[in-house]
Design a protein around this ligand. Structure first.
Ligand SMILES: [Zn+2]
Length: 255
């Protein structure tokens, strides 16, 4: 959802694609501000074609804090000449994100990072996101957990494996690795990433106290998770306001 007071037109001919570029660039800038980035790695993508084979991805080895809408690569997961070119994307990201979009055309946006708290939680022998407050309960029985980390993968088999692990969920806690969220829009995938890291922070801080957890009952956790559905539109309000803050502080992301 764009802010009504903003002109977000750009050099691209297709205004819908340009809006996706602006939103994705905003997500990169915001992820850096929230300290979810890691060096010049990690990737966000958005499907552009209905079948998901054409998608936007960040350029290789560019810091999230500097990414502009016009920097984003428009890729085709069926194009075998994608990776050898001079503007080639990271091969692992091209393979994994391309595979995910092609297998899940409804997953319009895919966000993957290694944020500190969720990654620490993912490194525990028991990485379950236990419902101990409202934010953790948002994810009750609503997160896929990948327990088969196998190193840095760059083949389609890894993408197919992640699709199987994700199943019908929209969030994945990737054991010994990080997190992944998918959404119909950048705003929705971003909101899930935001709350996933917040929930993991709360749980890890509670664990760090060394005191026993007071875990919500399954019934209360389930009811709380369902109550979150009433607030699904908040994702758009949150993302619109975060974008507005970016426009005020450094509008270069939208160029
Ligand atoms: Zn990763």
């Amino acid at each position: 959802m764009s802010h009504p007071a903003r002109q977000e037109s750009g050099p691209e001919l297709d205004p819908i694609v340009w809006q996706l570029q602006v939103d994705l660039a905003a997500a990169f800038r915001l992820a850096a501000q929230m300290n979810w980035h890691e060096s010049v790695g990690n990737h966000f993508s958005v499907a552009v074609s209905a079948d998901g084979t054409k998608f936007l991805l960040n350029p290789r080895w560019r810091h999230f804090a500097l990414i502009r809408a016009s920097d984003l690569l428009l890729l085709d997961s069926n194009d075998p000449d994608t990776t050898p070119g001079p503007d080639a994307p990271d091969p692992s990201a091209w393979c994994i994100h391309g595979g995910l979009h092609a297998a899940l055309p409804t997953a319009r946006c895919v966000l993957h990072v290694h944020p500190p708290y969720a990654t620490a939680l993912a490194a525990l022998a028991d990485p379950e996101l236990k419902p101990i407050d409202q934010s953790t309960a948002r994810f009750f029985r609503r997160v896929a957990i990948d327990r088969d980390y196998g190193g840095i993968a760059d083949d389609r088999a890894e993408a197919a494996r992640l699709v199987r692990v994700l199943g019908s969920q929209r969030r994945m806690l990737m054991g010994n690795h990080g997190v992944l969220t998918v959404g119909n829009t950048v705003a929705e995938a971003f909101e899930d990433l935001y709350f996933l890291e917040r929930a993991a922070q709360t749980l890890m801080l509670a664990y760090a106290s060394g005191r026993p957890l007071h875990v919500l009952t399954d019934a209360l956790a389930e009811r709380t998770a369902q109550d979150w559905d009433e607030y699904s539109a908040a994702a758009f309000a949150h993302f619109a306001d975060l974008k507005e803050m970016l426009f005020r502080n450094d509008p270069s992301f939208a160029t």
